[in-house]
Design a protein around this ligand. Structure first.
Ligand SMILES: [Zn+2]
Ligand SMILES: [Zn+2]
Length: 384
C-alpha cells in the first residue's frame, strides 16, 4: 500500500470505529436506564462496564453520557461521523452538557453550536479548556465547586524506608502544583553541559535545596525553642573517618557514613557530649559554630556564591567548605574556606571530586573516585 492509500485506510477505519463507539454509547445508555442492581453482580452500570467490558471509569461514564445526551448532540454526532471531530471531542461535549444538565445553578443553557465550532478548530486538550471556560461562563458556581473538589483531593504521602530514604507521593491542585513547579524549576536546571544528573534527579535536588534554604534562613517556626534542622549524632572516630568506626545517626534513625559526616561537619553547629564507659553523659559542651559568623560574612563578600566552575548559586544558597578538612588539620580561615552550593558541596565530599586551590590561587576540580556517578562518565571532565 502506498502512503496515501494507508492514509485513506486509516481515516476509513477511524470512521467505522467511531460509528461502533456511537452504537456502544447508545446501547450503554439503554443498559444504564434499565439497569437493576438486584439482578446484577455490579452496584451500578458504570461498574459493570468497567469490569465486564474492561474499560476505564472515564470511558464508561463517557459512553453513557454520550448515549443519554444524544438528542442534544445531533450536530456533534454528525461531525463525528463525517470525521470533523474525534470521539474525545464528543466525549467532552457530552460531559459539559451533563454538568450543566445536572446543575441547579446554571445561568445559561448548553450551547452545542458554540462548543462544536471550538471542537472542530482545537485539539482535544485545548478543547477541554474551552469546555471549562464555557462552564465558567454558564455556571460559575459549578466551576468554583469543581475547583474546590480539586483542592480537596490534594494529598502528600511521605513513606520512610528502612534505610531512611523517603518516598514522596503527591497530588496537588493546579495552583499548589504551579507554586511547587515555580519554586523548584529554576533550581533544577543543569549547572553545565557536564551535569550528568537526569531531570528527575535535578528536581529532587532542587526540592531539597529550596527547603534547606528555608531552614538555613530561619523561615520555619521554632519548635521547642530550637530551629528545626538536621540533628546528627556521631562519635569522634566517625567524625575523623577512622576505619572501623560506627556510622553516624540522624534523628530519624537513618545511618550516615563518615564521608557524609565530613560534609555536614564542614559548616555546622557542633555540641560536644562526653560519655563515660557506661555511656552515661558526663559533660555537654556549648553549641559552637564550626565557621564563626564573622568568617562566614567575609566569605560571602569574597566568594559571592558557589565557587564551583560554572555554578551561579549566590552566597545565601551556599555552605562553607574546608579545602583541607578541619579533621585533617585544615584551618577554619579564609585561605582554607570556599563557598559551595549544596550540590557541589556533595560533589566535593561524596561525589568523587575534590576542589583545590592552585599555587596561582585558581580553584580547580578533579575527579578522584571515577567509580562514583553514572557508568561511562568521563572522569577527567570537570564535573558540575
Ligand atoms: Zn565540605
Ligand atoms: Zn554550585
Amino acid at each position: 500500500m502506498s502512503a496515501s492509500e494507508l492514509e485513506t485506510e486509516l481515516i476509513e477505519l477511524r470512521r467505522q470505529i467511531n460509528l461502533l463507539e456511537l452504537r456502544f454509547a447508545r446501547t450503554s445508555a439503554h443498559f444504564a436506564r434499565t439497569f437493576d442492581p438486584d439482578l446484577s453482580a455490579s452496584d451500578d452500570p458504570d461498574q459493570w462496564l468497567r469490569e465486564e467490558c474492561r474499560m476505564t471509569s472515564h470511558a464508561a461514564y463517557s459512553a453513557i453520557d454520550i448515549g443519554e445526551l444524544e438528542p442534544q448532540l445531533t450536530a456533534s454526532i454528525a461531525a463525528l461521523t463525517s470525521g470533523e471531530i474525534g470521539l474525545n471531542h464528543l466525549s467532552w461535549m457530552a460531559h459539559t452538557a451533563s454538568r450543566l444538565q445536572q446543575s441547579a445553578t446554571a445561568t445559561s443553557p448548553f450551547d452545542e453550536q458554540k462548543l462544536l465550532s471550538h471542537a472542530k478548530e482545537n485539539t482535544v486538550q485545548r478543547f477541554r479548556r474551552k469546555c471549562d471556560q464555557f462552564i465558567h461562563e454558564a455556571d460559575h458556581q459549578t466551576f468554583v465547586r469543581e475547583q474546590v473538589d480539586g483542592v480537596e483531593a490534594r494529598r502528600l504521602t511521605l513513606t520512610t524506608y528502612e534505610d531512611g530514604s523517603v518516598a514522596l507521593d503527591a497530588i496537588l491542585d493546579p495552583e499548589g502544583g504551579a507554586v511547587v513547579k515555580a519554586a523548584i524549576e529554576p533550581f533544577a536546571q543543569k549547572h553545565s553541559a557536564n551535569d550528568y544528573r537526569g531531570l528527575s534527579q535535578r528536581r529532587a535536588d532542587a526540592l531539597v535545596e529550596v527547603l534547606s534554604h528555608l531552614l538555613d534562613n530561619g523561615a520555619v517556626p521554632q519548635r521547642s525553642g530550637q530551629r528545626p534542622h538536621l540533628h546528627v549524632t556521631t562519635t569522634l572516630e566517625t567524625l575523623l573517618d577512622h576505619v572501623g568506626s560506627p556510622p553516624a545517626e540522624l534523628e530519624t534513625g537513618a545511618l550516615l557514613s563518615g564521608t557524609t559526616i565530613s560534609r555536614l561537619a564542614c559548616d555546622s553547629t557542633m555540641v560536644r557530649v562526653l560519655l563515660n564507659s557506661e555511656s552515661m553523659v558526663v559533660d555537654v559542651g556549648r553549641a559552637k559554630r564550626v565557621v564563626p559568623t564573622a568568617t562566614r560574612r567575609a566569605l560571602n563578600v569574597r566568594d559571592r556564591g558557589c565557587v564551583w566552575p560554572g555554578c551561579d548559586r549566590n552566597a545565601s544558597w551556599t555552605q562553607a567548605h574546608h579545602l583541607i578538612h578541619w579533621t585533617d588539620g585544615g584551618l577554619t580561615d579564609m585561605n582554607n574556606l570556599v563557598l559551595l552550593c549544596r550540590r557541589h558541596h556533595w560533589m566535593a565530599h561524596e561525589g568523587g571530586y575534590v576542589i583545590v586551590r592552585s599555587d596561582e590561587g585558581a580553584l580547580l576540580t578533579f575527579a578522584t573516585h571515577p567509580a562514583f556517578g553514572p557508568a561511562g562518565r568521563d572522569p577527567t571532565l570537570i564535573a558540575a
